[in-house]
Design a protein around this ligand. Structure first.
Ligand SMILES: [Zn+2]
Length: 206
């Protein structure tokens, strides 16, 4: 087990696309285990292989409510609760999508930034599990949003690409100019506010 480095925007490697996994072998299983450990260590709820500089179509999730977290057990939908998590999905593919929803998304690769993103409300996802067996996930709720966010990563896409052009450009140039606020060394009042807000939401990075 190992905690992997998570690439941060504007690292150009986040723009690479994942290649299909031809065989769920020992190396791929190890990568999935390391990604889960990495995701938990940064209090994320999802992680895609592209974020840890591995260009394969693999994502992991665990959107279950956690002790003291913002996401409460009563907010979980029935469909989401029926999915056994953590999930390890190789070659995930959305084969059905319905309805619309929005969510205040964050990302381990864009820390401290949260923006409302449009997503499908319900998805059916075909994938291979950790044993290389074909599975079909049917879900809505936070898990459906998380899976869509992670599949975007596998296509080199970030949630900040899905905002209005003006908002997207503003956030990207702000990060390129100032980097990310350091919660332990806030330099301005604004940084302090952002760090505090981030503390509350840090379990919600995808
Ligand atoms: Zn992300």
């Amino acid at each position: 087990m190992a905690i992997l480095e998570v690439l941060k925007f504007p690292d150009s490697r986040l723009r690479l696309k994942g290649a299909p996994v031809l065989s769920v072998n020992a190396e791929m299983k190890q990568l999935a285990e390391d990604m889960l450990e990495t995701m938990y260590s940064f209090k994320g709820i999802g992680l895609a292989a592209i974020q840890v500089n591995r260009q394969v179509r693999l994502l992991v999730t665990d959107t279950r409510p956690r002790e003291g977290g913002r996401y409460k057990p009563e907010e979980q939908t029935e469909l989401e609760r029926a999915v056994v998590q953590p999930l390890v999905l190789f070659n995930p593919e959305i084969i059905k999508k319905e309805g619309k929803t929005t969510y205040d998304e964050g990302c381990l690769s864009v820390p401290t930034y949260y923006e409302t993103v449009d997503r499908f409300d319900y998805v059916e996802v075909k994938a291979l599990d950790i044993d290389g067996k074909e599975i079909l996930i049917k879900t809505d709720g936070l898990l459906a949003i998380c899976i869509q966010h992670e599949i975007d990563h596998l296509d080199g896409k970030l949630f900040i690409d899905r905002l209005s052009p003006i908002k997207s450009a503003r956030i990207k140039s702000k990060i390129k100019k100032h980097g990310y606020p350091d919660p332990s060394h806030p330099e301005s009042e604004e940084d302090l506010d952002e760090a505090e807000a981030d503390e509350e939401r840090e379990e919600h990075r995808l």
